[in-house]
Write a protein that binds this ligand. Structure first.
Ligand code: SAM
Ligand code: DTB
Ligand code: SF4
Length: 333
């Protein structure tokens, strides 16, 4: 099997991968995985919501949109010291990347000094830095690049066609423009999406097609399973229609197709692990996922936590480090 990284995938080819018998698909994904990555190493990232709630966008899945009545309490941008304290804890727990998220349509210029200090401070601890702040101007992108930001997360979330059913306050092309700016500024791109939002398989094909045909594949590709939030259109949809929850096997197929179409990218098994069970997560690792969010919180919802992760890693013989240089605390338990 060739090691080539392609950017000319067609939707038909991607649909054909989804259609493969499951064993053939997972075998192919694992073969590609082994050509490009250490098969037993998993990269560990930790999230922190540095500015929570009150967001002007209307993403139909999100607890933080001001458009919906959710149980979330909004709060202001955290102080730099508080953020650095959380990063120190994440590092002590074995995390390699610290991802800071803000519920903004785009950052205000007045917030940029604090954001830059957060990037510099977290980097100085020897952690990789990631920010997700919404849409960026050229100037803001330049400041983040100068500060040495390693990754910028900005998800395309779904197919271009389904995207407009999920959010109407911005367009799919707005998303692509920010991704383009980030890439051109030399910051690594982290971009993925959510499955289980009521989309169909053709949308999952369109979603991975949009990522796999970017001029450069994102360095990290987070695949989230929708975490239903009461009060949001999609959370409420799932409550009334539990069968719309993404099927575990279809989720694994999505991971496998991401792995095959973007062989060099780190594919992150992201939100939704708490409701997945060990066997499904193990299948995701077999299908080529090689990153997780650690800790017991994502941004505003819960995450599986390090005890459960440690047990799972020990059972599977996984090490919590992408380069395997130094097996981390998680795997040692
Ligand atoms: N406001 C910024 C933005 O949207 O780019 C950054 C934060 S936003 C919460 C980051 C990503 O988290 C979203 O693009 C979405 O993919 C994911 N996300 C948010 N809420 C989620 C949910 N309920 N379930 C699964 N993924 C979710
Ligand atoms: C991503 O793709 N998933 C993370 C991160 N990028 C920013 C966020 C998941 C959020 C899950 C719902 C919440 O905790 O609010
Ligand atoms: Fe705002 Fe991001 Fe949530 Fe959309 S996903 S409502 S942009 S915080």
């Amino acid at each position: 099997m060739s090691k080539a990284i392609r950017h000319d995938w067609t939707r038909d080819e991607i649909a054909a991968l989804f259609e493969l018998p499951f064993n053939d698909l997972v075998w192919q994904a694992q073969a590609v995985h082994r050509q490009h990555h250490d098969p037993n190493a998993v990269q560990l990232s930790t999230l922190l919501s540095i500015k929570t709630g009150g967001c002007a966008e209307n993403c139909g899945y999100c607890s933080q949109s001001a458009s919906y009545e959710t149980e979330l309490k909004a709060s202001k941008l955290m102080m730099v010291d508080e953020v650095l304290a959380a990063a120190r804890e994440a590092k002590a727990a074995g995390s390699e990347r610290f991802c800071m998220g803000a519920a903004w349509r785009s950052p205000k210029d007045r917030d940029m000094d604090a954001i830059v200090s957060m990037v510099e401070g977290v980097k100085a601890m020897g952690l990789e830095t990631c920010m997700t702040l919404g849409m960026l101007s050229d100037e803001q992108t330049g400041r983040l690049a100068e500060a040495g930001l390693d990754y910028y997360n900005h998800n395309i979330d779904s197919s271009p066609e389904y995207y407009e059913k999920v959010v109407t306050t911005r367009t799919f092309d707005d998303r692509l423009s920010t991704l383009d700016r980030v890439r051109k500024a030399g910051i690594n791109v982290c971009s993925g999406g959510i499955v289980g939002m009521g989309e169909d398989r053709a949308d999952r094909v369109g979603f991975l097609h949009a990522l796999a045909t970017l001029p450069e594949h994102p360095g990290s590709v987070p695949i989230n399973a929708l975490v239903p939030i009461k009060g949001t259109p999609l959370g409420d949809m799932l409550e009334g229609l539990p069968e719309a929850r993404i099927d575990d096997i279809e989720f694994v197929r999505t991971v496998a197709v991401a792995r095959i179409t973007m062989p060099g990218s780190v594919v992150r098994l992201s939100a939704g692990r708490e409701s997945m069970g060990e066997a499904t997560q193990a299948l995701c690792f077999l299908a080529g996922a090689n990153s997780i969010f650690t800790g017991d919180r994502l941004l505003t919802t819960g995450n599986q936590g390090s005890d459960a992760d440690g047990r799972l890693f020990a059972k599977l013989g996984l090490t919590g480090s992408i380069n395997n240089a130094e097996p981390q605390a998680l795997a040692a338990e």
